[in-house]
Design a protein around this ligand. Structure first.
Ligand SMILES: *Cc1c(COP(=O)(O)O)cnc(C)c1O
Length: 728
């Protein structure tokens, strides 16, 4: 197997030619000196290409490169980055975290399947928190020396880009991802022909051929399957075009490609994973394909299932019904009637694998729960909710507890701590803070940062956020697609001195983005108090098919220009990881008000706390664990026991009370030189308490201890109902 030379590389001056290698490894995204090597070549172009280094090197003028290739100071920095890059790639895992703490796992590869990966804004193959979590998981695995290989799809149109029109309506614009202009390289066979994986959808169109692309994330490779191959029927070439873009049948086909194609891909690459991890039920079919392999090798179906179970980890991510894939029997018949024979089962036994509590349809979460012995939810509360939700699968099976554990999500701190704050962390934390980030004592010296420096740095991030919002709307205005009202809705009057509340996430209904508008008069009084002004910044995309979500965006977008709010509300278009990294560090308060208990975890609030931004959130998901009950690291809103509209009203009022009585007075309580001492105290406490406990490092350690260790050792757990020939 050989890898192609990236097809889009440009010839660089020899002295700085390794910039190409750095551009094709996303390691630079969490390594500030590497990022600066690109940015300082041409800061304006860097923004124009949306921080995509492959495009950047292609577009930049030769003279600039040649000048830098003679600039001694630049070359010294370049040499240091290249040396660190090579060390990172070549370091022996036995000397890294894994080798020193879990030597038995060195050399045991985990295959990690996910329908999306949020790695960087320039590679739009993610839609929200699930994808960003997968990206953070992979980056941390690289940092720790965990041998992980990722599998996903290449979405030629990416996830949608959001354009909002004059009337506040979201338009879904394809991102048109050109893999040649991305940090992705195509995989070829030894003889120079493209590697193609075959999957038969059994729908009469013949086998589908899938091209393979690789994304390098530090030490970890992620392989992306791509159905846009010459010779495939037209409709199949569209198959992997859009993330969550089509109907249910489209989704099923994508999941066949991901799961079944993904296993065949790893085999074709000659990789032998020791254990396997499905990030959400979208990847469930990889388990069936492995059962089929065992049966083809001569195993009985029940032995094959037992073997797959022992080596499989499954993470469920949401209690919201729409988040679980359920396909009608008739559709499963069409795609699998020629497949289940290879599993050694008949139709009835096959469909039983996907049954959930007598409900109609084939449920991929139920399938995953049956075929994985190592199962977890993503926060303590979500573990509890999931055990309740899925208890029927284990009912009547005595002796064993239901084996659904919980591992609370975490965030990759090297990605999410703002580059503006990192120098302060480097100066005041122990120099090895990144290596010991999961330990609370590592963070104690955050207290030693002088308040004035701390506040100045925070104000600088806030200014960077506002600058970016203004620049984005200026560019839209310059393109002639934006009128003055849209400029206003986009936050023309944002002020760095006003208390700023951020709310940014997918516009799923349960997240209740418009809850804060429950009492318009009361909100207007809070925002427009002339002595203590408050501003609100919203961002987020609605799913393309979610009219309800789009209506919520419209409501906010139109309110943002309502004179009653005096310009204190903004809606920032096109939320993605780049805007997210500015928002989670540049606002003062991070607001979250999901309908309890539907927020399985939430991760943006963790990013906020790690930057000293104070959470004001319903006590749901991760915040139940992160919140200090004396409110010393943020504010927790207890969920109301009422239902529906009454619950909304009670919780909205509780949020207003908290803002009026606590948040606003605390923020504007300044000493003689204008520093909000008490606020800063809580802000530092937020970093100190949340960063270690909700770091991706802590999350990966939990996975190694409780999921990966047992899966690599082939441990069993209590088997649920609905398995073939287990005697239940
Ligand atoms: C972190 C992140 C999310 C997840 O946010 P939640 O609050 O967990 O919903 C979604 N989108 C982007 C771009 C993110 O960076």
């Amino acid at each position: 197997m050989v890898m192609s030379r990236p097809s889009y590389t440009v010839e660089l001056p020899k002295r700085i030619s390794r910039l190409n290698d750095i551009a094709y490894n996303l390691w630079w995204t969490w390594t500030n000196p590497a990022r600066m090597l690109f940015k300082e070549l041409h800061p304006v172009l860097w923004d124009v290409v949306e921080h995509n280094p492959v495009l950047f090197l292609h577009r930049i003028e030769r003279q600039r490169l040649e000048a830098k290739a003679r600039d001694e100071a630049y070359l010294a920095r370049y040499d240091r980055v290249v040396a660190a890059f090579d060390r990172m790639l070549r370091e022996d895992a036995t000397d890294m975290w894994l080798g020193t703490h879990k030597p038995e796992l060195v050399g045991k590869t985990v295959a990690y399947f996910s329908a999306e990966f949020g790695l960087h804004r320039a590679l739009p193959i993610y839609s929200g928190g699930l994808g960003v979590l997968a990206g953070d998981h992979v980056k941390e695995a690289s940092d720790m020396g965990i041998p992980l290989v990722g599998v996903s799809l290449l979405y030629r149109q990416g996830y949608l880009r959001q354009r909002i029109d004059h009337d506040g309506w979201q338009h879904d614009v394809p991102a048109n991802l050109d893999p040649h202009a991305e940090p992705t390289v195509q995989v070829f066979n030894d003889d120079g022909t493209p590697l193609h994986i075959q999957v038969d959808l059994h729908d009469g169109t013949g086998p589908l051929r899938l091209a393979v692309w690789r994304v390098q994330v530090g030490r970890v490779s992620i392989y992306l399957l791509d159905s846009d191959v010459e010779g495939n029927p037209d409709w199949t070439r569209q198959l992997s075009s859009r993330l969550y873009g089509g109907d249910r049948e489209h989704r099923l086909r994508q999941e066949i490609v991901l799961g079944i194609g993904g296993v065949r891909l790893l085999r074709a690459l000659g990789l032998e994973p020791a254990y396997w991890h499905a990030n959400e039920g979208h990847a469930a079919l990889h388990m069936l394909e492995r059962v089929r392999e065992h049966v083809a090798d001569g195993a009985s179906t029940s032995d094959a299932i037992a073997a797959v179970r022992r080596s499989t980890v499954f993470t469920t991510h949401t209690p919201v019904p729409a988040g679980h894939d359920i396909f009608p029997d008739e559709m499963m018949d069409r795609y699998f009637s020629q497949y289940w024979g290879g599993l050694g089962v008949d139709r009835e036994e096959f469909l039983a694998l996907g049954r959930a509590d007598g409900e109609p349809g084939f449920n991929f979460t139920a399938l995953s729960m049956r075929l994985a012995a190592h199962i977890n939810g993503v926060s303590e509360k979500h573990g509890e909710v999931s055990r309740e939700m899925w208890s029927h699968l284990w009912s009547g099976i005595d002796g064993d507890d239901e084996p659904i554990d919980s591992i609370t999500n975490g965030v990759h701190l090297r990605t999410w701590v703002s580059p503006i704050l990192r120098p302060l962390y480097d100066q005041y934390l122990p120099s090895t803070w990144r290596e010991h980030q999961e330990q609370p004592q590592t963070w104690q010296t955050i207290e030693n940062i002088p308040d004035a420096d701390y506040w100045a740095a925070h104000q600088q991030v806030k200014r960077a956020l506002i600058d970016e919002m203004v620049e984005r709307s200026r560019r839209r205005y310059a393109q002639g697609q934006f009128d003055a009202w849209q400029v206003l809705s986009s936050g023309a009057f944002q002020n760095v001195h006003a208390l700023t509340i951020g709310f940014a996430r997918r516009f799923a209904t349960y997240k209740r983005a418009t809850l804060i508008f429950h009492d318009m008069d009361r909100l207007a009084r809070i925002l427009t108090n002339p002595d203590n002004p408050v501003q609100l910044i919203f961002a987020g995309k609605a799913h393309p098919a979610d009219e309800g979500g789009k209506r919520l965006i419209q409501e906010i977008y139109l309110k943002a220009r309502d004179p009653r709010f005096q310009g204190r509300i903004a809606f920032a278009e096109d939320y993605e990881m780049g805007l997210a990294s500015l928002l989670v560090a540049g606002v003062d308060v991070w607001l979250n008000n999901p309908r309890y208990p539907l927020e399985a975890s939430g991760t943006s609030g963790m990013k906020a706390s790690a930057n000293g931004v104070l959470n004001c959130s319903i006590l749901d998901g991760w915040w139940i664990e992160g919140f200090e009950s004396d409110e010393s690291n943020g504010w927790g809103i207890a969920p109301s026991p009422l239902d529906g509209a009454a619950q909304d009203e009670a919780e909205a009022n509780a949020i207003y009370d908290t803002l009026e009585q606590q948040v606003v007075p605390l923020y504007y309580n300044r000493d003689a030189d204008g520093t909000p001492r008490e606020w800063i105290k809580r802000s530092k406490k937020a970093i100190r308490t949340v960063a270690p406990a909700f770091s991706a490092r802590r999350m990966l350690i939990d996975y190694l201890d409780r999921m990966y260790g047992p899966a690599s050792a082939g441990e069993e757990s209590a088997a649920p109902r609905g398995l073939v020939a287990t005697g239940d």
